[in-house]
Design a protein around this ligand. Structure first.
Ligand SMILES: Nc1ccn([C@@H]2O[C@H](COP(=O)(O)O)[C@@H](O)[C@H]2O)c(=O)n1
Ligand SMILES: C[C@@]1(CO)OP(=O)(O)OP(=O)(O)OC[C@H]1O
Length: 160
């Protein structure tokens, strides 16, 4: 039988505030500010989770893990990604590849990208060369350029 393919896209943004750790792709990045959120606020993993769920037609991260539910307060977003992927995998899908961009005026993402790739590949049960993480400034424009937040955009391909 011919394989079938489904594409999904994900987006997330969180505010940068003082007194929070900066966690992206499951990696703690030394920085003056961290991301605000109900969970660990890992915008990259949230966008990946949404892209994976979206490709499978299974809704979104907030529907699965409501930010009103105390059990997700301070949650490790890798745990949420793995739980979402379990659902998608149960429907017969596997991930072909992930391509992600972190929109951050600062800090530089590139030194941490290999560790993020390793985490994401492990959580989605694919080879590391099937995961790509890029950093991009916002050329000092808008709220991202003013370092008020960090966003992530993601495309995922699934096959079954
Ligand atoms: N937070 C970031 C932003 C950028 N990079 C790297 O710098 C390159 C140039 O970025 P521009 O936004 O100026 O086009 C980009 O291609 C990344 O390699 C980064 O690591 N972290
Ligand atoms: C992850 C969840 C759940 O703790 O909360 P946040 O960390 O606030 O993240 P968000 O990207 O706003 O949406 C998903 C949430 O329901």
């Amino acid at each position: 039988m011919m394989p079938s393919f489904r594409v999904g896209q994900g987006f997330d943004v969180h505010a940068l505030v003082e007194g929070r750790p900066l966690i992206l792709g499951g990696v703690a990045i030394p920085h003056t500010h961290g991301l605000q959120g109900h969970s660990d606020a890992d915008a990259l993993l949230h966008a990946i989770t949404d892209a994976v769920l979206g490709a499978a037609g299974m809704g979104d991260i907030g529907r699965l893990f409501p930010d009103t539910d105390p059990q997700y307060k301070g949650a490790d977003s890798r745990v949420l990604l793995r739980a979402a992927f379990d659902k998608v995998k149960s429907a017969g899908w596997c991930v072909v590849n992930v391509d992600a961009t972190i929109h951050a005026q600062a800090p530089k993402i590139m030194p941490y990208a290999p560790a993020m790739v390793s985490n994401i590949a492990a959580d989605l049960q694919i080879a590391e060369d099937c995961v790509n993480v890029k950093g991009k400034t916002n050329e000092y424009l808008g709220f991202l350029g003013r370092k008020e937040g960090i966003a992530a955009t993601v495309v995922v391909l699934l096959s079954k």
